[in-house]
Design a protein around this ligand. Structure first.
Ligand SMILES: NC(=O)c1ccc[n+]([C@@H]2O[C@H](COP(=O)([O-])OP(=O)(O)OC[C@H]3O[C@@H](n4cnc5c(N)ncnc54)[C@H](OP(=O)(O)O)[C@@H]3O)[C@@H](O)[C@H]2O)c1
Length: 294
């Protein structure tokens, strides 16, 4: 199987590349400098030329706060480019897997969000990602939208690596405690993406198409997530840290984030039999990888 994945050095694409090698899956990446998602139409020809069996739309403009002042670029990359990829998928008669986000939701639900819940993004990033989902669905029925959340990994930039870096110079940190979500490892996302890609490349069942939530089991707020990271650091011989839980009002950011963006994975479990590990277990795997490089 040949997979075309957008992005080159992103967390999810890197995890996909790593794991595909072990499974004998061929990966073609499409990203900068050759391909710029901010110029969506330029993507069509190289995708057609690559003749993939499945397209994975993993790249995105992920700078949530910066997107507030770069709405046009964010819209091109997140809102428009996925539609062009989906049009190419339709022309090639292959499925497209598109990675989306929990930030398509407003955050005012008290329970976990399910796929059929009404969307209501509170940020430019969330709105442009919602447009991307819609653009994909408008081009082809042969799509799988995978909404994930709070992505971290041993690669790139993410909350886990930021916390570990800050702990090198600080003994305590104030961390927001009034946003609830599902921290999800890119390693887990990659495993699921490869499994889903294999399924949809050979199974045309409509029940395998549509929107699915792909997040780790369990829930946390950012302060609890930070506490777990530092507990893992200490267990590996690193220093102890104090985390002071604070409200979002004490940590103002340009983008407003949902207070609750916990996603239910039940639909994915029923359709595909895929359930990601509890986030604490995946965090342990990520910390082990990070500390083995130290
Ligand atoms: N990170 C999260 O917390 C989070 C949460 C929910 C959903 N998601 C979604 O999960 C997916 C994967 O995210 P991630 O964490 O792997 O992101 P990431 O680590 O920030 O990587 C983003 C990737 O997109 C590429 N990219 C961005 N703008 C581009 C452009 N104009 N042209 C070409 N490539 C471009 C980047 O390329 P360069 O290396 O050249 O910059 C990079 O490879 C995205 O769809 C994201 O929206 C992420």
């Amino acid at each position: 199987m040949r997979l075309l994945v957008t992005g080159k050095e992103g967390q999810v694409v890197t995890a996909i590349k790593q794991q595909a090698a072990d499974k004998g899956i061929e990966i073609v990446t499409l990203g900068r400098p050759e391909a710029d998602l901010a110029d969506p139409e330029s993507l069509y020809a190289p995708v057609i030329e690559a003749k993939p069996d499945v397209i994975v739309s993993a790249a995105a403009y992920t700078a949530v706060d910066k997107a507030e002042s770069e709405a046009e670029i964010a819209e091109a990359v997140n809102g428009k480019a996925p539609g062009v990829l989906a049009r190419a998928a339709k022309a090639l008669n292959v499925p497209i897997l598109h990675i989306s986000t929990d930030y398509v939701f407003a955050g005012d639900k008290t329970d976990f969000y399910v796929e059929s819940d009404e969307t209501g993004p509170t940020s430019v990033y969330g709105l442009t990602k919602l447009h991307g989902e819609q653009a994909v669905a408008a081009e082809t029925d042969n799509h799988v939208v995978l909404r994930t959340a709070w992505v971290y990994s041993p690669f790139g930039n993410n909350f886990v690596k930021t916390m570990l870096r800050l702990s090198e110079t600080r003994d305590e940190l104030n961390v927001v405690a009034d946003q609830q979500g599902c921290p999800t490892s890119a390693l887990e996302i990659a495993r699921a993406v490869l499994e889903i890609a294999e399924r949809v490349s050979s199974d045309a069942d409509p029940k395998l198409r549509g929107i699915f939530h792909l997040t780790a089991q369990g829930e946390a707020n950012w302060a609890q997530f930070a506490q777990a990271i530092f507990k893992g650091q200490q267990e590996r011989g690193g220093k102890a840290m104090t985390v002071n839980p604070i409200p979002s009002s004490q940590y103002p950011t340009p983008a407003k984030r949902p207070a609750n963006s916990r996603l239910s994975g039940d639909k994915l479990a029923v359709a595909y039999g895929i359930k990601l590990d509890p986030w604490e277990k995946s965090l342990d795997e990520c910390l082990t990888a990070l500390f083995s490089n130290k």
